[in-house]
Design a protein. Sequence first.
Length: 323
Amino acid sequence: MTGLYDRLGRHIHYLRVAVTDRCNFRCQYCMPPEGVEWLEHTDILRYEELVRLIKAFAGLGVDKVRITGGEPLVRKGLLPFLRQVTRIPGIKEVGLTTNGSLLEEYALSLKQAGVGRINVSLDTLQRERFIRMTGQDRLDRVLAGIKKAHQAALTPVKINMVVMKGVNSDEIADMAAFALQNDYQVRFIEYMPFSTGQDYLFTAAEMKQQLVAAGFTKLVPQLGVSCPAKIYHVPESRGSIGFITPVSQHFCSSCNRIRLTPDGYLKPCLLSNEEYSLRERLRSGASDQQLLAQIKQVVWNKPQQQYFLKGQKGDRGMSRIGG
Ligand code: SAM
Ligand code: SF4
């Protein structure tokens, strides 16, 4: 059997790389209200270290990479780095997840660098609410960035909306209409209680009820696609609607991903506190063979299921993991 597998037979071929913990937003579900202490610059992996690691993963069978953060577009030198990543033999798809605030300026260059797909986080279409949720008055910038990404053929543009009960849960139909009118794919994500408790959970079942009540009754499930989002098409639109249910219906048994944190820890599961430093190995002169052996061992022991199921909480905020 070629490729990377864990002890439960899951095929791991998708690497999410957080290139920074820095961000120009302060989303209330991602960063604690008191703010976060940034990682030391010297602790963050340099681009050449990232490229070496991604090559190692590609050599083991990883074919899909997503660049995330913090906000990846705030890290200097990202485009030349992306040009290197998209040329690594074996890497078939490179995507990027962004808050969209700098996307208008970067969309075309991202396309030219070989990035195939863009996910943009957008939790509300209301300006005042946007300011409350992100700490920034940049809704217009994000909307302009999304439009530009669509024009640059970074399609389908995917919009990630984290739904928080009583905060933006009344906007599901508006966001669906916005996506469908513009041929975007909106993915409604269940809020994950990293630090603020369970109070904001609004389940996908509740979201669907809202959509049906608003007249979205013709949701046709997309079959045969392996991703955590359950996608539905709507007749007469090229846009689509998806639901990501890490809390109400976890997808651990089909998980195909691993994560690299900005400070070089390999996290075999987003929602587990297990992490292993590859940076230490890299910086203490490990050979490629030694790196490969460590990666294989971490993947082999990937946790069976996430900690919400065990009633535990996370040690790292999302901005330091990469979402
Ligand atoms: N800054 C970029 C962005 O916002 O898209 C990339 C990093 S962000 C940590 C990646 C994804 O994690 C975003 O789509 C964000 O909405 C999601 N996220 C962060 N905290 C979350 C939470 N508590 N529950 C669900 N999704 C969360
Ligand atoms: Fe920044 Fe993204 Fe976290 Fe919002 S979700 S604070 S944009 S890293």
